[in-house]
Design a protein around this ligand. Sequence first.
Ligand SMILES: Cc1cc2nc3c(=O)[nH]c(=O)nc-3n(C[C@H](O)[C@H](O)[C@H](O)COP(=O)(O)O)c2cc1C
Length: 322
Amino acid sequence: MRYYLAPMEGVTGWIYRRVQHECFPAFDKYFTPFLVPRQKKVFSAKEIRDILPENNEGMALVPQLLTCRAEDFIRGARMLAGYGYREINLNLGCPSGTVVSGGRGAGFLGRPKLLKEFLDEVFSAFPEPAEKEGGMDISVKTRLGMEDAEEFVPLMELYRQYPLKELIIHPRVREDYYGNRPDWDAFGKALSGTPFPVVYNGDLFTVSDLTRFRKRFPGVDAVMLGRGAAADPSLLRQMRGGEALSAEELQHFLDRLAEAYAEVLSGERDVLFKLKELWSYLGWLFPENQAELKRIRKTQHLSEYRAAVRNLFRIDNGGMKC
Ligand SMILES: Cc1cc2nc3c(=O)[nH]c(=O)nc-3n(C[C@H](O)[C@H](O)[C@H](O)COP(=O)(O)O)c2cc1C
């Protein structure tokens, strides 16, 4: 089984990925949170930092683009090729209101004619796969549709017309956001007659979730982990048969992360914001400690934050749920 770290805007940026990679076994692939290629200055300074090879050393990183304009995708992909990237992922899953109303992300799934034109243009700009000189692999991360899983049948017919490197399926519709359950029946239907590898993504939070998935889909050999990996940074190791997370390990990871954010971000507030955002997932490890988690959320300064985290570990006494 191969394991990918999911792109999570605001969570799995380069600093997080680097510290995660330093402290835990490596994922087979990492994806950047979506980058939005624009006409003039193709990427923002923040986006460039996210993809700079020296910020991502030793990792197999795939940049992800979010756009519904083929020319912007092509321009972005060419720029990324200049940094050495040979695979680009297209985001067809983002459910956020502004993204969808602009016809991007999951919103693109509701406009299949335009999506076909987009893919035609992109694949004629990049007709060769990465193994050929000057070639580029294109992969897609998709939901099932906007409102109804039935939309996925024609969408799969469309995808099958292109030489995708792989198709990552998060089997929810846009309307689900992250609620309801991933639709495994719809996912299963997408597997037959598909000429490229299919990767599964959605609600794999524990080793037993993975076991259940593998039993049902023994032919799928790659999965992508998002919130589960953010909640427990040792999840991949456990899925590979390794040890559970220890309190010391988590403390070390958090210290490294705080240091790394402080080196790069300008103020204490920004560092705290990042750390607290991660705690909205890490909190899953401490279901019995809501008061201590709230204290972490309320902190205004790093010194207070550190004391609140120390307090949580003291109270919890090593009994994390992982
Ligand atoms: C806060 C947050 C940010 C996300 N940002 C992205 C993104 O930039 N690109 C993307 O394709 N998916 C994004 N996703 C979706 C995840 O990659 C993933 O598909 C989703 O969380 C389901 O997988 P999981 O159940 O393993 O978390 C985001 C999800 C969350 C919760």
